[in-house]
Design a protein around this ligand. Structure first.
Ligand SMILES: Nc1ncnc2c1ncn2[C@@H]1O[C@H](COP(=O)(O)OP(=O)(O)OP(=O)(O)O)[C@@H](O)[C@H]1O
Ligand SMILES: [Mg+2]
Length: 298
């Protein structure tokens, strides 16, 4: 695995962030890793075409510490969503183990909130009803759920839009609603799958900054999937590069030692950003080309 030389200060910063990140007191031994994907392999067997097997992910190991913001970049179709589904407990790996705060994961990961890649709002529910759904399912009293839902809609800039249905909102508003829906339960681990890829660049940067601000306040563990390298560097403490499929696995890991708080638009001008971008792209470029060639062959 290739890795950037890491200045001492970056190590210190990360340790401080992780220790402060729990927000529930001291880090307990063995629990400082919020999510561990340990030697994960995922093989899919096609129902049609004579039961052909496709190994999307092979022997992939990845950790997110408490309080850490980790981005995963990789070519399209390489297995990013598959890995996230494994971390969420929605997909059982063929081999390997998932640990959540040191405990082997069985079934759905209840410590995690998952913002899906596609549109995941219930079309028959208004924004407020979508946002409070998770609390209701968890048995929270309806009046309290509503109050907390309205508070979260305000936090994501949608105060006053609670009665709108998904089809009455813009793409950006729907993404904001999904963000509120994910964060309202205050999950210890936040999983986000290309949450802003469908947005225009200005809306996207505004939302990236909002997410960073919310994250700075709580410092939960974040596993963020994107194929946008700029976004990954601007947001993260660490960027992990995945190889092209089949048999995707991490092939590079880079500590992002840029100062925080960050403005995602401004941080792109930082000389260190440019340096990190060049170093990561050097690893990613070849995989993107391989991934593209494979998709053309399909
Ligand atoms: N349930 C499934 N059955 C069969 N193949 C699958 C299944 N889920 C994913 N795959 C295959 O595994 C590979 C990885 O898919 P995945 O959705 O994880 O990619 P991705 O990196 O998230 O792609 P994108 O960047 O386009 O979102 C793809 O080739 C996909 O076709
Ligand atoms: Mg995906």
């Amino acid at each position: 695995m290739r890795s950037m030389p890491m200045p001492e200060s970056a190590v210190l910063d990360r340790t401080t962030a992780a220790a402060g990140g729990l927000g529930h007191g001291a880090v307990r031994a063995g629990e400082d890793v919020a999510l561990a994907l340990d030697r994960i392999t995922c093989t899919f067997v096609a129902k049609e075409g004579g039961g052909q097997r496709y190994t999307a992910v092979s022997d992939a190991t990845l950790e997110v510490k408490a309080g850490e913001f980790v981005s995963v970049v990789g070519p399209t179709g390489c297995g990013k969503s598959t890995l996230l589904n494994v971390g969420a407990g929605l997909l059982a790996p063929s081999t390997g183990q998932v640990r959540v705060f040191g405990q082997p994961l069985q079934g759905v990961n209840r410590r995690a909130g998952y913002m899906f890649q596609g549109e995941a709002l219930l079309p028959w529910r208004s924004a407020i009803d979508n946002v409070m759904a998770g609390l209701e399912f968890a048995g929270v009293d309806r009046a309290e759920a509503r109050e907390r839902g309205e508070d979260w809609l305000r936090r994501v800039g949608l105060g006053g839009f609670g009665e709108r249905y998904p089809h009455q909102m813009s793409g950006g508003m729907r993404k904001r609603t999904m963000l509120a829906q994910t964060l309202i339960r205050d999950p210890d681990i936040i999983l986000m799958d290309e949450p802003f890829s469908a947005l225009d660049i200005q809306t996207r940067q505004l939302m990236e900054n909002e997410v960073l601000e919310l994250w700075m306040a709580k410092r939960r563990a974040v596993l963020f999937i994107t194929h946008d390298l700029d976004e990954a560097i601007a947001m993260s403490d660490r960027v992990v590069v995945l190889s092209a499929g089949p048999g995707t696995r991490p092939i590079g890991e880079f500590v992002i030692d840029l100062p925080r708080p960050r403005d995602v638009a401004e941080v792109r001008m930082h000389p260190r950003f440019v340096e990190l971008h060049a170093a990561i792209w050097d690893v990613l470029r070849e995989e993107v080309l391989k991934g593209y060639a494979q998709q053309k062959r399909k």
